[in-house]
Structures are given as structure tokens and as C-alpha cells.
Design a protein around this ligand. Structure first.
Ligand code: BDR
Ligand code: CA
Length: 309
């Protein structure tokens, strides 16, 4: 299996990525690090513990990370994910602990100790990953690759130009995209094709387990906010496209392209400027998602809930 660390801000769609990574036999889930994003890091850390508890995921360390971006103000997304960051279902007290180490220390220890290079899967602002790369450049070769959800080849969501995860910490994103590491970016241009329609929610619900009920409630809440805020007919399940791509490499179509992060634009800070046509002559630095096999994606998600349930 592929050794993976998830770096996330759960978050309804992050929650499903945890489930997929824990359930799929092709993944060895070494740990979960959390970051401020959809909500404060205290809340996203609690939510990671809630998800693991609800899904019976034990023995996976959860380490809390950065409380805000490298530079600039912290932004959160209560309009989309609620005050808790994971509104909708009721959760009991979490039964899994928090690792005593901060995320950067956890990454350092785990990458040093693991016998083969590890794949990092960030699905929130890139603050933890950038902080790690800046603090431990000597461990960059212990990273096999980074597969992240963020950005877009087209429009943003938090601003017309910028996607939330990149806008929440553009300097961190810039650090990651300039790192020279093997980078795969799956953004809104792909995730907005993966809408959890009522048929998908019904496929989850009919599994009939307590976990399936929690998952159906998460999708329903997420659907309600996406309808209210963006007028979407159903919610896009952005983040699990990352692990889905890892376990089923043909599921997301990719192109190799130069990607730059806009840091200074008057109206475009946090934009991912993707040179799909090669007009800049810059060297490609990322594999960029451009399409997804939606049916195969929902099969993976439903199978994960079934497996854990
Ligand atoms: C991203 O922003 C967050 O709200 C989601 O969890 C996802 O990672 C989509 O723009
Ligand atoms: Ca997220």
C-alpha cells in the first residue's frame, strides 16, 4: 500500500477523504494532521477525532497544526461548513486522542522513521506543508509526492479568482508550488463535476449503518449550504478526489503544466495561474487535474462507507 499522511481541515468533504483513505486497501494511513481552514484548528482537530470515532478508525495519530496562515488574516468558512466546521450530524465525545506533537514535528518524525518516502495529501490551506518544508528542507526527499485539493484552472469560489484553500494561505501555496516536489493539483474545475446528487446520498443512506446515516447527514447539510451560498443543485465533494486519484490513477485526467500562485493581485490574490497552453514558456511544475470519471468516483466513496460501516 501507498504510505499516506492526510493534512486537512474537516470540513464535510475532508471527512470523506479520511474515510476513503482509512477504508481503501491500497492506502496505508500513517497519520492525520490538521490545520486552520474551514474552521479554527481547534475545531478541525476535534472534527478529525469525531470522524475517526464515528468510523471506528483507531490507531491513526492525529496531530494539530498551524492556527493561521504564514502571512495575513485567517479566513474560515462557516457559511459552508457551519460553526463547528462539520455541522449536520450529532457527534458524541470523541474516543480517539490527539497526538502530543504539533503537525510539523509529527511530519518530521514520521518521514524520518518511515522506510520509504511518504505521500502527502493536503486538502486544506497549505500552511502545515509549507511550514514543514521551510523548517526541514533536509527531509524533502522523504516526500514521495504531494497530491492536493486546491486552486482551479478557471474561476475561484471564495473570490472570482481564488479557491478557498489557496486564498487562505497564498504564501504557503507559493512555497509548495515552487518546492520542486512531485505535485498534483486537483481543483475546482474538476471537483465541480463531482456533485453528490440525491441519488448519491440515497446510495449512502441505504447502506443502513450508523456511519452511513452520519455520512448522509453530512452530504445533506453540505448540499443545503451549497444551494444557499452558490446556487448549486448538489454539493461538490472536492477533497476525496485526491485519495481517489491515488488509488485509481486513471480516475482523474491530468496535464503537466506550469502553475504560479498570485500573491499580489489587486483582485486576484490566491489565484492559481495555470498555463495550460504553454504560452509562458515556464517549466511545468504540477500535474493538474482536468477531468474525472464521476461514476467510478462515487463507487469508491460508497464502497468506503460500506467497508467501514
Ligand atoms: C475546499 O475548501 C474547503 O471548504 C473544502 O473542504 C475544500 O477543501 C474547496 O474550495
Ligand atoms: Ca478541505
Amino acid at each position: 500500500p501507498i504510505p499516506v499522511i492526510l493534512d486537512c481541515d474537516p470540513g464535510h468533504d475532508d471527512a470523506f477523504n479520511i474515510l476513503l483513505a482509512a477504508a481503501h486497501p491500497a492506502v496505508e494511513l500513517l497519520g492525520i494532521t490538521t490545520v486552520a481552514g474551514n474552521q479554527t484548528v481547534e475545531k478541525t482537530t476535534l472534527n478529525a477525532r469525531r470522524v475517526c470515532t464515528a468510523a471506528g478508525i483507531g490507531g491513526v495519530p492525529i496531530a494539530a497544526g498551524m492556527a493561521g496562515p504564514l502571512r495575513g488574516p485567517r479566513i474560515t468558512a462557516p457559511d459552508i461548513h457551519g460553526e463547528s466546521g462539520l455541522d449536520g450530524p450529532g457527534f458524541g465525545a470523541p474516543a480517539v486522542p490527539v497526538d502530543g506533537r504539533d503537525a510539523v514535528t509529527f511530519l518530521r518524525d514520521t518521514l524520518r522513521a518511515h522506510p520509504v518516502p511518504v505521500t502527502l495529501v493536503p486538502t486544506g490551506p497549505l500552511t502545515n506543508i509549507a511550514a514543514f518544508l521551510l523548517a526541514h528542507p533536509e527531509l524533502a526527499d522523504r516526500i514521495e509526492r504531494i497530491v492536493l485539493m486546491g486552486g482551479s484552472t478557471g474561476r475561484g469560489n471564495r473570490t472570482p479568482a481564488a479557491e478557498f484553500n489557496i486564498l487562505a494561505d497564498p504564501e504557503a501555496a507559493d512555497t509548495v508550488f515552487r518546492s520542486g516536489l512531485h505535485l498534483t493539483m486537483i481543483g475546482l474545475n474538476v471537483s465541480h463535476r463531482a456533485l453528490a446528487t440525491p441519488e448519491v446520498v440515497a446510495r449512502v443512506h441505504v447502506l443502513g449503518t450508523p456511519l452511513a446515516a452520519v455520512c448522509a447527514e453530512l452530504l445533506t447539510y453540505f448540499g443545503d449550504t451549497y444551494r444557499e451560498v452558490f446556487g448549486f443543485p448538489a454539493p461538490p465533494l472536492h477533497d476525496p478526489l485526491t485519495v481517489a486519484h491515488l488509488v485509481a490513477p486513471d480516475l482523474v485526467a491530468l496535464v503537466h503544466a506550469p502553475v504560479a500562485i498570485e500573491l499580489t493581485g489587486t483582485h486576484t490574490r490566491g489565484a492559481t495561474v495555470v498555463d495550460l497552453d504553454g504560452v509562458t514558456g515556464a517549466r511545468p511544475n504540477a500535474y493538474v487535474g482536468v477531468d474525472v470519471d464521476v461514476e467510478a468516483y462515487w463507487d469508491l466513496i460508497v464502497d468506503a462507507v460500506r467497508t467501514l460501516g
